[in-house]
Design a protein around this ligand. Structure first.
Ligand code: NAD
Ligand code: MG
Length: 386
């Protein structure tokens, strides 16, 4: 039987890896809907290749071009926020949530409300609305399968175990391109240096997050919601080889780890085929060639973003939304050459210091806190530049 899938964020790094796996296993998967932010050329190419029935571009100004590119294909073109939601709830056995940032929240939440099975890469959706999303998933019978390699590793290690028997989750972090750089070097780091990840090839935003270690901070919050453990039971260790993708320690002292070469197609394949498995072209581990596995404690002085995220997790309420929104704005400004690398964490810190919001009760509340934080962060940046 073929499994119907819709791919939100089909043109990105995760989207491209997903389509690669689908094309290698054509008899097992049928793509029903695909979406992108603005790149209609790439989106139309994907829609043609996969035979999708619906292609959605977020930017409404690009609808005419998309319609032109898809004419005669039998694939319907649509645009805008509501159409993204339509793609998320379209007929599919599995929704791949691979939009970057809080922009993916509404479609992911719509899929959750429909009780879908969702392969989640879009960690920002869970960071900003984790409690609401997990409650809705429980109420509607939705299943969340983590694609993020760490959470996918933990999910694999937990298979067949009781969560009560877990004493600790240990997220591994590569340490990013500046793991052994001096504070002075990091302060002057350019966007090109920041996106040059030593082990993984990813979209620009998550690459910068990996360099600041904000990515690991977002992943702590993601793990908290996915696995229901408090901050004290969530640890981070730097592991530069990115061979161990994360670990679970049980009450008896046993530690289970999931290992593999750093290739996102392995965790994506696990989500695509779950509870089964499919073959991937990921390079097999050659343990003698790897030689050794190293571990270090993260340095919160040089990488304050990790501490800020931990603090936001422990504060709860609106803090993770503020952390994420300020980070999205700051990372975009850094990539644009407007602010320094170290300003990213500084602006996030400032946004958290000034935030006074109650706990969000709805997705509308989350989106409003997100919007206001973005506005305020832009204002702080303007003020500091003038
Ligand atoms: P990317 O930038 O390569 O792709 C992002 C996708 O989202 C694109 O298809 C883009 O068109 C779409 N998009 C961007 N802004 C949008 C908007 N405003 N509205 C609608 N669509 C929009 O990013 P990526 O590296 O593929 O990451 C996607 C998500 O997966 C992120 O949340 C990231 O943290 C997570 N993730 C990625 C990796 C990786 O290896 N790339 C690993 C783990 C987790
Ligand atoms: Mg990850």
């Amino acid at each position: 039987m073929t499994r119907k899938i819709s791919i939100l964020g089909a043109t990105g790094s995760i989207g491209t890896s997903t389509i690669d796996l689908v094309e290698r296993n054509r008899e097992q998967f049928e793509v029903t809907a695909v979406t992108a932010a603005t790149n209609v050329e790439k989106l139309a190419d994907i829609a043609r290749r996969t035979g999708a029935k619906l292609a959605v571009v977020a930017d409404e100004r690009r609808l005419g071009d998309l319609q032109g590119l898809l004419s005669g294909t039998g694939c319907r073109a649509a645009a805008g926020e509501n159409a993204l939601v339509e793609a998320a709830v379209a007929e599919a056995d599995l929704v791949i949530a691979a939009i970057v940032g809080c922009a993916g929240l509404k479609p992911v939440m719509a899929a959750v409300e429909c009780g879908k099975t969702i392969a989640l890469a879009n960690k920002e959706a869970l960071v900003t609305a984790g409690a609401l999303m997990m409650d809705a998933a429980a109420a509607k019978g939705a299943t969340l399968l983590p694609i993020d390699s760490e959470h996918n590793a933990i999910f694999q290690c937990l298979a067949g175990s009781r969560l009560n028997d877990v004493s600790r989750i240990i997220l591994t972090a590569s340490g990013g391109p500046f793991r052994s750089a001096t504070a002075q070097y990091i302060e002057a780091a350019t966007p090109a240096q920041a996106v040059a990840h030593p082990n993984w090839s990813m979209g620009a935003k998550i690459s910068v997050d990996s360099a600041t270690l904000m990515n690991k901070g977002l992943e702590l919050i993601e793990a908290h919601y996915l696995f229901g453990l408090p901050s004290e039971q969530l640890d981070v260790v730097i592991h530069p080889q990115s061979v161990i993708h994360s670990m679970v320690e049980f009450v008896d002292g046993s530690v289970l780890a999931q290992l593999g070469s750093p290739d996102m197609r392995t965790p994506i394949a696990y989500a695509l085929a779950w509870p089964g498995r499919i073959a991937t072209p990921a390079k097999r581990l050659d343990f003698a060639a790897v030689g050794r596995l190293d571990f270090e404690t993260p340095d919160l002085q040089r990488f304050p973003a990790l501490g800020l995220a931990r603090h936001a997790l422990e504060s709860g309420g609106a803090a993770p939304i503020v952390l994420n929104a300020a980070n999205e704005i700051a990372v975009a400004s850094f990539l644009d050459g407007q602010i320094r690398f170290t300003d990213v964490a500084a602006f996030v810190q400032e946004a958290l210091n000034h935030a006074r919001y109650g706990t969000p009760r709805s997705i509308g509340d989350v989106l409003e806190i997100d919007r206001v934080t973005r506005e305020k962060t832009r204002g702080m940046m303007k003020a500091s530049c003038s």
